[in-house]
Design a protein around this ligand. Structure first.
Ligand code: PRT
Ligand code: ZN
Length: 304
């Protein structure tokens, strides 16, 4: 198959172009979210541009660090990227940033934290004065140090930040943390959080051209529907009429439950969209309260 021609964004104004991470922690979930929005592409692992099939929405697969710049320069319209990357790329910009967060997407959660050797007795940010802090996020760290009025030296590294204290390159680190296992394995303890991060849908502050703007609005509506209903479950069950009230007490998060009579008998069928989690304990409590034939179904594709 020949490589698809990548038209410059300036002449591709009847299409929407979305940048996602090519490989890495956000790549799978970002594509899965867009696919759940009904998008399909002509896929080829070795190609960075996947033209949309059926809908005029193309995918640009790049390094995550490049996504804010691609949006700012108009080479793509939207992108899915970590909030940490988005804010770092805007760090210290004198003008309002050209790219902003349109939606928080709820995956890729982590935090940017300062961590110090476990042997330190941490009393507060002032302990960092005069110290060297290794990080891949110099912009965010500098802004935090300024806000805390702590004069410290920033050692910028592209990666493997957590090894820097053992190598004598730095006294402390500022890095992304999710489980905390990497810091612990290097004898470091997180002491201050700078940012709570997750994947976000990013887009330009300025309006898009009319055709991409229409496509983006449709996409946003679908994303909102998915985000809103991600935790929702459709609960189907049957219950004897006299036990209905007790059972509904266990479903306070049920939206306008539908109750139908089954064959004129005293048994009722109930259908409800629940926003809260349907844990096993909750399902068992429903059964103890008289639920028969309980079914809990995921919900998808409901427009916002
Ligand atoms: O190749 P490309 O440049 O596109 O990818 P990348 O290597 O720069 O990024 P990648 O794929 O590692 O991460 C992409 C995004 O995932 C980040 O920008 C964050 O928004 C998000 N994310 C979520 C994380 C983590 N969790 C995470 N734990 N990014 C990195 N980490 C690293 C962290 O830097 C540290 O090395 O995982 C280690 C810590 O993990 P724990 O679980 O031991 O605490
Ligand atoms: Zn990166």
């Amino acid at each position: 198959m020949s490589a698809p021609r990548v038209p410059p964004a300036a002449v591709a104004r009847d299409r929407l172009r979305i940048a996602v991470q090519r490989s890495g922690r956000l790549a799978g979930s970002a594509r899965a979210l867009l696919a759940a929005c009904g998008l399909v592409w002509r896929e080829a692992e070795d190609q960075l541009f996947w033209p949309g099939r059926e809908q005029p929405v193309d995918l640009l697969r790049v390094r995550d660090d490049d996504i804010p710049g691609l949006i700012a320069a108009g080479h793509c319209d939207l992108g899915i990227v970590g909030r940490n990357v988005l804010l770092e790329r805007q760090g210290g910009a004198p003008r309002p940033p050209a790219v902003r967060e349109w939606r928080a997407l709820g995956f890729g959660r982590c935090r940017l934290a300062v961590a110090v050797p476990a042997a330190w007795t941490w009393r507060g940010p002032a302990d960092l004065a005069g110290r060297r802090i290794a990080t891949s996020y110099p912009g965010l760290l500098a802004a935090w140090l300024r806000a805390e009025k702590v004069p410290a030296e920033i050692v910028t590294l592209a990666g493997s930040v957590e090894i820097a204290p053992q190598l004598g390159q730095a006294d402390a680190v500022c890095d992304l943390v999710s489980s905390g296992a990497t810091l612990a394995a290097h004898g470091l303890v997180p002491v201050a959080d700078l940012l709570a991060s997750e994947a976000v849908l990013a887009g330009p502050r300025a309006p898009l051209a009319p055709a991409p703007a229409r496509l983006a609005a449709t996409l946003l509506r679908r994303v909102d529907g998915i985000l809103r209903h991600r935790a929702c479950r459709l609960v189907l069950l049957q219950v004897e009429r006299e036990r209905l009230a007790g059972l509904l007490d266990l479903l306070p998060d049920a939206e306008a439950p539908t109750v139908m009579q089954v064959d004129g008998a005293d048994r009722l069928a109930l259908q409800a969209l629940c926003r809260g989690e349907l844990t096993w304990q909750r399902r068992e409590a429903l059964e103890r309260a008289g639920a028969h034939g309980l079914l809990v179904l995921p919900v998808e594709g409901v427009p916002a």
